[in-house]
Design a protein around this ligand. Structure first.
Ligand code: NAP
Length: 307
């Protein structure tokens, strides 16, 4: 039987692994379907403290893993496809194989929702991004598009005007899901213009390996046209990776884990860390902090069991 199984191997999971491993708990980390999490999809990370010259996202997350392994954490490639948190020890199935554990740290993250274009997928990290806070800095004096009509799209567009010379919000409807205040702020910003009702049909240029523009389509008239840009920010929401926990712990209407204070979930002994619970900050450093919190609470919980 395990002391702790950590579900997810992004910033939150790896940090929880470092802390629980150093506490001699021999954690098992299940890597999940996106090993390394969101960081593995980025290029240069310039806002993670301690790296004055920045560090590549995949390198940062790999270093965290090495650090955890050094203290005895074990990594298992696979996906948790079923859990039973109603009995103790808790039951966790990895690709169909059941394991028993005294505690669980859920750090399965939230995946950015993408448009689903092949060209978009090929250019992620090369001009296509899902995080303006992470990548906005690289677009000083450049032209960008933000796709989406929610608060995230407005917030990202407003943030990007600090750097970009022109920000175009492309949204598939004429009505916006964003709150009035965010929409008004975006509309009042002289650097932001709106193109609606429109969608991105194609991202150029896969052959050059970098974003040079997009093909837009008016969804009412079907008219298409090309628009030159240097960056495409997709802000159409996130999907928390919690399908497997439905009915086992409390989730909100969007599927995020409901926190019961600190890193606690609705079930004692099951903890949350990172974007699987956080729809506000979503930063590598906040996820790492959350992983640390979950590990410390987990350690105290196991101590309280006394066996
Ligand atoms: P959201 O509110 O779900 O909005 C997603 C937007 O993306 C919608 O406008 C949707 O269009 C569009 N969309 C979805 N799939 C698409 C597709 N395949 N192609 C094109 N467009 C697509 O998500 P969010 O903006 O990330 O916000 C999530 C939650 O966080 C919300 O509750 C929001 O209020 C909150 N939030 C708050 C703040 C703030 O207050 N500062 C900042 C960020 C987020 P349709 O409208 O046509 O469906």
């Amino acid at each position: 039987m395990r002391n702790v199984i950590i579900i997810g191997s992004g910033c939150a999971g790896n940090t929880a692994a470092i802390y629980t491993a150093r506490a001699n708990l021999g954690p098992l980390v299940v890597s999940g379907h996106e090993p390394g999490g969101q960081l593995s999809l980025t290029t240069l990370v310039e806002n993670y403290p301690g790296f004055p010259d920045g560090i590549d996202g995949p390198v940062l997350v790999e270093n965290m893993k090495k650090q955890a392994e050094k203290f005895g954490a074990q990594y298992l490639q696979g996906t948790v496809n079923q859990v039973d948190f109603t009995q103790r020890p808790f039951q966790v199935a990895v690709d169909g194989e059941w394991m028993e554990t005294r505690s669980v740290i859920i750090a399965s993250g939230a995946s950015a929702r993408w448009l689903g274009l092949e060209s978009e997928q090929k250019l992620i990290g090369h001009g296509v991004s899902s995080c303006a806070t992470c990548d906005g800095f690289f677009y000083r004096g450049k032209k960008v598009i933000v796709v989406g009509g929610g608060d995230s799209a407005m917030e990202e567009a407003i943030f990007l005007t600090r750097f970009a010379s022109e920000v175009t919000i492309v949204h598939r409807r004429n009505e916006f899901r964003a709150s009035r205040i965010m929409l008004d702020r975006a509309k009042a910003n002289p650097k932001i213009r709106f193109v609606t009702p429109a969608v991105v049909d194609e991202v150029y240029d896969v052959n050059q390996g970098v974003v040079t523009g997009v093909r837009l389509r008016n969804v009412h008239t079907g008219e298409t046209w090309d628009h030159e840009i240097d960056g495409l920010f997709v802000a159409i929401g996130h999907i928390p990776n919690t399908a497997v926990f439905k009915g086992q712990i409390e989730l909100d209407e969007a599927g995020y884990i409901v926190s019961h204070g600190g890193a606690r979930t609705s079930v004692e002994g099951i903890f949350h860390a990172g974007d699987v619970q956080d729809k506000v900050y979503r930063q590598a450093v906040t996820a790492a902090g959350a992983g640390c919190m979950a590990a410390i609470e987990c350690e105290r919980y196991l101590e309280s069991l006394g066996d």
